[in-house]
Design a protein around this ligand. Structure first.
Ligand code: TXA
Ligand code: MG
Length: 319
């Protein structure tokens, strides 16, 4: 069992001795350790059971600290930093040597993010090093959006979880890189592509699959619950035992299925509210012992694009 608490000094003590903690951010909880320490970083891969070819995001509190481990910031990146950091945005920037190769899986660029969460920022300001932190879930499972989720899955392996309440955004940060002046979105996330494009103009979106492991966290099977999770036309499922069918719906209860087996992401059709609820509702349904969980895609706009991306990755094809 990990200690769950709000005391930043306690978090500082664990991190300074190269132990890992659960850290709140506005997107999802992270499994955090000293990004400058090979020892702490190797513990992250071990605890998460994550292959070392899948690099980690480095978290810091402000631009001046970023300068200590980032070689240069392209002009378009500056506009994004200015507008969206702190926030649910991660930038891929050329790294300085001080970042261990283990953090970036040998890549020349490091993923950097300033989380917009008061406890995380206060913690990062007190530390003399940035924090490497992947989402605090076992590799391949749903990301945690509260301290209890972290405790349930990693509580045996870490000593402390800093409790910052429920994550306000609920899905991981958007990851953006820069290639020959072009802005490239590697992962759709908590900052809408429309918002990014308002600042830097048209972006290129990289669609990943398991055959293209450039950003390995984008493997198709990522985010999968244990119960088979299926995107399908509702009518196909009417002849099976409805007691054993769960439904994750966008805004309305689905007729023809048991009401008590359904969760609605946002009765008001808010994509932001749906993002905030997505992972915790997937967990609740996954724990009910259903034979199958059905779901549906959301409007392909705003955070709906990132939500649909997660739903597609979580689902299995049954045909
Ligand atoms: O919202 C978030 O980004 C959360 C919170 C904790 O900050 N973190 C998160 O980390 O989602 P993780 O490790 O679950 O996902 C990080 C993704 C992976 O897909 C990884 O492959 C990619 O970022 N990534 C990290 N460093 C990279 C790099 N140098 N180049 C390309 N992709 C990178
Ligand atoms: Mg993750």
């Amino acid at each position: 069992m990990a200690i769950i608490g709000k005391n930043i000094d306690e978090a500082v003590r664990f991190l300074t001795q190269n132990d890992l903690i659960g850290m709140p951010t506005e997107t999802v909880y992270g499994l955090a350790g000293n990004a400058f320490s090979d020892l702490a970083v190797s513990k992250i891969f071990e605890v998460k059971n994550r292959p070392t070819f899948d690099p980690l995001i480095v978290h810091t509190s402000d631009l001046s600290r970023m300068d200590s481990f980032v070689e240069e910031i392209p002009e378009k990146a500056y506009y994004l930093v200015d507008k969206f950091m702190p926030g649910p945005l991660t930038l891929l920037l050329p790294k300085k040597k001080i970042i261990p190769d283990l953090v970036t899986s040998g890549l020349e660029s490091v993923a950097v993010r300033i989380p917009n969460h008061p406890l995380a920022l206060a913690l990062l300001r007190q530390l003399e090093f940035p924090l490497a932190a992947p989402s605090a879930n076992p590799f391949g499972y749903i990301s945690p959006t509260n301290a209890a989720h972290v405790e349930k899955q990693l509580g045996e392996k870490i000593k402390f979880i800093l409790d910052g309440g429920e994550c306000s955004v609920g899905i991981e940060s958007s990851i953006v890189g820069f290639e020959a002046g072009e802005v490239v979105v590697y992962r759709k996330g908590g900052l809408a592509i429309e918002s990014i494009e308002k600042v830097v103009g048209k972006v290129r979106i990289m669609e990943h699959s398991s055959s293209n492991p450039q950003a390995p966290g984008m493997l198709k099977s990522h985010y999968a619950p244990r119960t088979p999770f299926v995107l399908d036309t509702v009518d196909d499922w009417k002849n099976i035992n409805l007691e054993k069918v769960g439904f994750l719906a966008f805004s309305d209860i689905k007729p023809g299925f048991l009401k008590e087996n359904q969760l609605v992401l946002s009765p008001e059709k808010s994509l932001n509210e749906a993002a905030k609820n997505l992972f915790s509702y997937m967990r609740i349904l996954d724990d009910k012992g259903f034979d199958i969980i059905l779901t549906e895609l959301l409007p392909e706009e705003g955070l709906g694009r990132a939500i649909n991306d997660r739903l597609r990755r979580a689902t299995v094809s049954v045909h």
